[in-house]
Design a protein around this ligand. Structure first.
Ligand SMILES: *[C@@H]1O[C@H](CO)[C@@H](O)[C@H](O)[C@H]1NC(C)=O
Ligand SMILES: *[C@@H]1O[C@H](CO)[C@@H](O)[C@H](O)[C@H]1NC(C)=O
Ligand SMILES: *[C@@H]1O[C@H](CO)[C@@H](O)[C@H](O)[C@H]1NC(C)=O
Ligand SMILES: *[C@@H]1O[C@H](CO)[C@@H](O)[C@H](O)[C@H]1NC(C)=O
Ligand SMILES: *[C@@H]1O[C@H](CO)[C@@H](O)[C@H](O)[C@H]1NC(C)=O
Ligand SMILES: *[C@@H]1O[C@H](CO)[C@@H](O)[C@H](O)[C@H]1NC(C)=O
Ligand SMILES: *[C@@H]1O[C@H](CO)[C@@H](O)[C@H](O)[C@H]1NC(C)=O
Ligand SMILES: *[C@@H]1O[C@H](CO)[C@@H](O)[C@H](O)[C@H]1NC(C)=O
Ligand SMILES: *[C@@H]1O[C@H](CO)[C@@H](O)[C@H](O)[C@H]1NC(C)=O
Length: 329
């Protein structure tokens, strides 16, 4: 799903403010700017960003890394980043989880350190098979998945099709259908860009979910495609090709979602303007026994905007015991 959302996210910010805030996320704090518009930059992985390539026979080269504590108590965790991004977007989660368990991160094919070469179009099913290829390569039989946006969609694709490999999925900011149509046009949920969780009184408190304009804005930062990719000259083409995917995938309805049998939390920010709330509601309704979590005062980039709360939710979910499909507390 959409990772960048310039009009909505940067509408009230001056470019100079962004430029001065690029290197240190803490400098991005500005009490006049609501948290769901901060969109802090990615940061370093605790293993010094060391990683390797898995070079597939198709010519596609996948960058991945694994670090953390080996643990018999904890299932390894696969962290999947957002569209056009890279693994460093997940640094708050990876570094925290690595204190207690093994984490695995991959830069999606064509994105980040994985060069855009030897394939043309982007597909969630390819991301899914790539993740399995990395797990096979590492001899890891089963993982829990924490995914953001495109990574969250890939997490669901994994759970649908590789149930024996996936223990549970924490999906933040996923959408089931590219066309953003369904369902619940009368969803009594607020997805306000103004900051006030006000309702539309004309419809008796029912507010239509909204979504922001699509598009990309480059931000000067260390962790972007141009800085990381072995083929930085292909980054713009990559972004365009990823947008084409966003415009056509996924196309999942209740039947596809019903294939997900593992524990799932459908998570989203209460001010996510990249993915409408009704998309999250639909998935939570369609996936058997899914839980839904709406995080307060954050947007699509919740994992960067409020890592403390986000990490708490992730760890709580990962540690939760499940008896069959039903959680017990
Ligand atoms: C905080 O943001 C407001 C609104 O954009 C701006 O007017 C103000 O100058 C910013 N303050 C700082 C310290 O950057
Ligand atoms: C992948 O691309 C490189 C560079 O263009 C080329 O040399 C190589 O033959 C390609 N590999 C495959 C399997 O297509
Ligand atoms: C694997 O892919 C990386 C990134 O494209 C490349 O630098 C490296 O040479 C490749 N390794 C082999 C053995 O082809
Ligand atoms: C322990 O985990 C690391 C990754 O953190 C991995 O490279 C290593 O192979 C693991 N060792 C065993 C014995 O599983
Ligand atoms: C996973 O399942 C969905 C729903 O049936 C399907 O659309 C998709 O192609 C499958 N993905 C893979 C990688 O097999
Ligand atoms: C995975 O297992 C195979 C067969 O036991 C072994 O040859 C290979 O080195 C293992 N790979 C890793 C990354 O541990
Ligand atoms: C709002 O509620 C009132 C009272 O139940 C009802 O008469 C009216 O038709 C409702 N308006 C809409 C737009 O649903
Ligand atoms: C990516 O880079 C390679 C090598 O520079 C080039 O041959 C290829 O055409 C580029 N692909 C795209 C889609 O820009
Ligand atoms: C949106 O996409 C879904 C899945 O492909 C499809 O069933 C539905 O008819 C589409 N809705 C519109 C309005 O195009």
């Amino acid at each position: 799903m959409k990772y960048f959302n310039p009009v909505i996210l940067f509408g009230s910010l001056l470019l100079t403010e962004l430029a001065s805030a690029t290197r240190l996320p803490s400098q991005f704090f500005n009490a006049s700017v609501p948290r769901w518009k901060w969109w802090p930059n990615p940061g370093p992985l605790a293993n010094g960003n060391k990683g390797q390539y898995l070079n597939l026979s198709s010519g596609v080269d996948l960058w991945y890394t694994t670090f953390g504590k080996n643990s018999s108590r904890h299932t390894p965790v696969l962290l999947l980043h957002g569209g056009t991004g890279n693994s460093n977007q997940m640094y708050h989660q990876a570094n925290k989880l690595a204190e207690t368990r093994q984490v695995i991160l991959q830069d999606t094919r064509g994105e980040g350190r994985s060069p855009y070469i030897n394939f043309t179009t982007f597909h969630y099913d390819d991301f899914t098979r790539d993740a399995i290829a990395i797990l096979d390569h590492l001899n890891i039989s089963r993982v829990a998945v924490v995914g953001w946006s495109d990574g969250a969609i890939t997490g669901l694709d994994l759970a649908m099709n590789y149930s024996s490999r996936i223990e549970r999925v924490f999906t933040h900011g996923a959408n089931p259908q590219a066309n953003m149509s369904i369902p619940g046009l009368n969803d009594p949920i607020i997805n306000s860009d103004t900051g006030s969780l006000d309702s539309d009184f004309a419809t008796n408190g029912t507010t239509y979910s909204v979504h922001g304009k699509r598009g990309l804005r480059k931000r000067e930062q260390v962790y972007d495609c141009e800085s990381l990719s072995p083929l930085p000259g292909n980054c713009t083409a990559m972004e365009e090709a990823v947008i084409n995917m966003w415009n056509s995938e996924p196309t999942w309805g209740p039947e596809a979602m019903a294939k997900v049998k593992c524990p799932v939390w459908i998570v989203d920010g209460d001010h996510d303007t990249s993915v409408e709330r009704n998309q999250a509601d639909a998935m939570a309704a369609w996936i058997p026994f899914a839980g839904q979590l709406i995080l307060p005062h954050v947007g699509h980039a919740a994992l960067l905007e409020d890592p403390k709360f986000f990490n708490f939710a992730v760890e709580y979910f990962l540690d939760m015991k499940f008896d069959g499909v039903l959680p017990y507390y």
